[in-house]
Ligand binder design. Structure first.
Ligand code: SF4
Length: 458
């Protein structure tokens, strides 16, 4: 009996005989499925029981079970739990909204992203949320760290660098790829985790809150972000203070926010637009949203521009990615004096990721930097986004989301973001310095395929 690499927790039912015990237990942030297959000990001529445990560490974030009801862990990151926390007087609930979720709701309601952001802020505050922020802001921090990290690794010849913001990809890399692939992954935290780190380690004090009194919820385009928030690497302690704090306590998807609105019969169109919280939100004095282009974070484009300038003194007017083998595998080159000096790629979807990983393994990767995203078409197409309306194809919806995002958000270099500049000046120090890395970088871990190896002995 073999397990495919894309193990789904849900598939376990296929392997459990009716006579074997199966227990699903839920501890604070952990799902544990244990079952006791019987086997035969020939030396003693008796049947023995071998408990097999499946934990979150065995999940590959393949979305197969994550989108189904049996993902018990997700009860802890649900609308119900969110509402419970709002009625807990000891906690202040803070929500960070992703630009992809904002765009998804805007397309659904036929509103601008700014209108959605303002209306949602008003609605969430009417429920008792203390502040609503924007992960475009923390994404700028992730981008700046990524730019400097790349230039340093280029100089040290530790290439290629592949991005780390997609938990679906990280999960796959840690659980199914050789340990030697992991060093190629950027150490920079995703925008979600960067927001959590900044909010709970620093910005909450500006709101008069202690980190332990904050319940931080993000709104994201995929369920895999819930797994990311649950990683042990993102649990921290405050100096001389509370420990065991999560940077992000709960993740809700764009679709779950729509469910919440609909379950309460909210007429979203007639909700009043409320002022935005500016502490960690990319909105300028005129009320315009700003950020980088790219529905998946704009990593490759941003790092390409920075590297062209800081390594070769070049300032390309436009960064245009050319399709290589399909729309989800594109590349861009920088030529200086007729010689290709930089070659970056975008690789979205597992088929393209697998091709790329093969090249890295064989040491034949011609790219110095690759923006990897597990979902075909990237994050605007995440599994937690609002589904297309009747008669609308998924492709049409993504095109709408991409063009709306580009039209409505004023493009601004992350290095020019005044909030981010002030965070570096007053607290983080230089980008990619020891002090900023303490807050904004993470580690990856090669994980043994526990379940696979144990089940192979059945
Ligand atoms: S590519 Fe998909 S799985 Fe990865 S972060 Fe984006 S929405 Fe989530």
């Amino acid at each position: 009996m073999g397990f495919s690499t894309a193990l789904k927790l849900a598939d376990l039912n296929d392997f459990i005989a009716p006579s074997q015990a199966c227990v699903v237990s839920l501890n604070s942030k952990k799902i544990e499925v244990s079952y006791v297959p019987s086997s035969f000990d020939q030396t003693k001529n008796v049947a023995v029981e071998k408990p097999v445990k499946v934990t979150l560490h065995d999940c590959l974030a393949c979305s197969g079970c994550i989108t189904s009801a049996e993902t018990v862990m997700l009860e802890h990151q649900s609308i119900e739990e969110f509402l419970n926390r709002l009625s807990d007087s000891g906690k202040s609930v803070i929500v960070s909204l992703s630009p992809q979720s904002r765009a998804s709701l805007a397309a659904y309601y036929g509103l601008s992203q700014l209108q959605v952001f303002r209306k949602l802020t008003g609605f969430l505050k009417s429920l008792g949320v203390k502040a609503v922020f924007d992960t475009s802001c923390s994404r700028d921090l992730s981008l700046i760290e990524s730019c400097v990290e790349f230039v340093n690794r280029y100089k040290e010849r530790q290439l290629p660098v592949v991005t780390s913001a997609c938990p679906g990809w990280i999960c796959y890399a840690e659980k199914t790829l050789d340990a030697e692939i992991l060093p190629y992954i950027s150490r920079v935290k995703s925008p979600q985790q960067a927001m959590g780190a900044v909010l709970k380690r620093h910005a909450c004090y500006a709101l008069g809150l202690r980190p332990e009194d904050v319940y931080h919820v993000t709104v994201m385009p995929c369920y895999d972000k819930k797994l990311e928030a649950s990683r042990d690497d993102f649990i921290f302690a405050v100096e001389n203070g509370a420990s065991g704090l999560a940077e992000v306590d709960s993740v809700l998807t764009s679709g779950e926010i729509l469910d919440l609105l609909q379950s309460r019969d909210i007429d979203f169109m007639s909700l009043e637009e409320q002022p935005l919280d500016k502490l960690l939100t990319n909105v300028d004095e005129q009320g315009h949203l700003y950020g980088v282009p790219g529905g998946s974070g704009g990593y490759a484009e941003c790092v390409f521009k920075y590297a062209a300038k800081h390594l070769f003194g070049a300032e390309p007017d436009r960064v245009e990615f050319q399709v290589v083998r399909n729309a989800d595998f594109r590349e861009v080159k920088l030529e200086v004096d007729g010689e290709v000096r930089l070659k970056f790629a975008l690789a979205y979807g597992f088929r393209n990721i697998q091709n790329l990983v093969r090249k890295i393994r064989l040491k034949k990767c011609e790219y110095q930097y690759v923006e990897i995203m597990a979902c075909p078409s990237g994050c605007l197409n995440g599994g937690g986004q609002i589904k297309p309306k009747e008669g609308q194809s998924a492709k049409e919806l993504i095109q709408n989301l991409e063009s709306a995002y580009l039209q409505e958000v004023e493009m601004k270099d992350p290095f020019d973001n005044p909030i981010v500049k002030s965070l570096y000046d007053s607290w983080l120090g230089e980008p990619a310095s020891l002090s900023s890395k303490r807050v904004l970088s993470t580690e990856y871990h090669h994980r043994e395929k526990n379940v696979t190896s144990q089940l192979a002995n059945w």
